[in-house]
Write a protein that binds this ligand. Structure first.
Ligand code: NAD
Length: 265
């Protein structure tokens, strides 16, 4: 069977790297883009089949350079296109009441999370078409794309928007046999959620332990997800079992009941 090929944004660490490592383990070739120059350099040569390159998804020129490198590498390998784009890049944005959100931080959050997905996707579609039917796009939304979430206005706006983008792309590309889905992780264990918890605790005058307990109580399973849970869903969606799944927003979150916070605290 032909070796399958993925492009993953923000793949030098965190969930993106876990997805890259899972797909590499399944025999895929992976093009990993990330804005962190040092992390990209550290990844170089670490895995057979992984090409790591600098790419800031919010910068149209950076995305164009990334895809120019991918296309020339594909041509050198006599490969036609790619099987999967994972729009994984997304920043947390500020923790603040809506009316106190700084416009620059609002624009930066939308710039990475939403505009970045637009820039990556429009460059990837011609490459995905060359491997259709059977190619796919996965957008990394969040449970913040399914619920309101106090103090996270720009993040929530961007993650809801990604579900609209996912459903629209699924309709535009479905007739060509290209599937498009969104994954909605809940809080994922790791340094990023620790930073979000610390910012929330500072904003509301609570301890980090109190906020973590509150977040876990928001889910029926009283749990956080792991990056491996998210990577496993990508593997499932790209397995034969996922071949009829498109246009969906799939939560991996221990069943979030609500993202409500005690704003009186
Ligand atoms: P992270 O904050 O750990 O960052 C991972 C990588 O993103 C870093 O290597 C960073 O350099 C890169 N990055 C940041 N801005 C970028 C840009 N403009 N262009 C390219 N790369 C960029 O993130 P994570 O926890 O791995 O999250 C990955 C995705 O999952 C995001 O879209 C995030 O919103 C979503 N998500 C995360 C959680 C969580 O709890 N961690 C929960 C739900 C959804």
């Amino acid at each position: 069977m032909q070796r399958r090929i993925a492009v993953i944004s923000a793949a030098a660490s965190g969930i993106g790297l876990a997805i890259a490592e899972a797909l590499l383990g399944d025999g895929w070739r992976v093009y990993a883009g990330d804005q962190d120059v040092a992390a990209v350099a550290a990844l170089g040569g670490r895995h057979e089949g992984l090409s790591a390159m600098v790419c800031d998804v919010s910068d149209a020129e950076s995305v164009a350079r990334f895809f120019a490198c991918i296309e020339s590498d594909l041509a050198a390998r006599d490969e036609a296109g790619i099987d999967l784009l994972v729009n994984n890049a997304g920043i947390s944005g500020p923790t603040a009441r809506f009316e106190e959100q700084p416009i620059d931080a609002w624009n930066a959050t939308i710039g990475v999370n939403l505009n970045g997905t637009f820039l990556m996707t429009r460059s990837a579609i011609p490459l995905l078409r060359r491997r259709a039917p059977g190619s796919a796009i996965i957008c990394m939304s969040s449970t913040a794309g399914l619920f309101g979430c106090p103090l996270r206005g720009p993040y929530v706006a961007s993650k809801w928007a990604l579900i609209g983008v996912t459903k629209t792309l699924a309709m535009e590309l479905g007739p060509e046999g290209i599937r498009v889905n969104a994954i909605c992780p809940g809080s994922v264990e790791g340094p990023r959620i620790d930073r979000v918890i610390a910012a929330d605790a500072a904003e509301r005058g609570l301890t980090a332990q109190e906020v973590e307990r509150e977040y876990k109580r928001q889910t029926s399973l009283r749990t956080f997800a792991t990056k491996e849970d998210v990577a496993a869903m990508v593997q499932y969606l790209m397995s034969p079992a996922g071949a009829r799944i498109s246009g969906q927003a799939i939560a991996i979150d221990g069943h979030t009941e609500s993202l409500s916070l005690d704003m009186e605290a």
